[in-house]
Design a protein. Structure first.
Length: 154
């Protein structure tokens, strides 16, 4: 368990609140305690967050707060799953370039990691992955499966 403190002025412009919210989304939160502090005529909320870091999450801090957690998939995935993940990332990049959309619009890295961990790569199995809906399956599913099968065969 770790502890992180946040101090957010009452008249926050939203930046400090957003920094805290990004941190909360990136970690497993155990407890949050808050207290209103009044010092020299200015008031602030102080938050004490007790949390566990998510596996593979790497947090970087700046003078303005914590940046969004980055997942090191090489650390968090089994070697065989990571190799499959890397191959799927290459395919996603090709599909994104052909569709003229950013790669994350096809599938996010988190979605690709869950796809790579599937025991068998099928459209039906992909439908069960959180974040991959019917539209993504219809637009990109078959193309990605065909490209993966083609590269897997070589």
């Amino acid at each position: 368990m770790q502890i992180k403190l946040f101090t957010i002025p009452i008249h926050d412009d939203g930046k400090e609140t957003e920094a805290m919210n990004r941190f909360l989304r990136g970690n497993k939160i155990l407890t949050v305690e808050q207290q209103l502090m009044n010092s020299e005529g200015s008031a602030s909320w102080c938050f004490c967050v007790r949390y566990l870091e998510r596996a593979g999450a790497v947090h970087t801090t700046t003078g303005k707060g914590t940046k969004k957690a980055k997942v090191d998939y090489k650390e968090s995935l089994e070697p065989a799953v990571f190799a499959r993940f890397e191959e799927l990332r290459k395919i996603r990049k090709e599909v994104a370039a052909a569709a003229v959309v950013p790669a994350y619009a096809i599938f996010t890295d988190a979605e690709l990691a869950r796809v790579a961990a599937l025991p068998k790569l099928t459209l039906e199995a992909m439908r069960g992955v959180k974040g991959i809906g019917q539209k993504k399956i219809e637009k990109y599913g078959e193309g990605i499966l065909a490209a993966f099968a083609k590269k897997d065969a070589t």
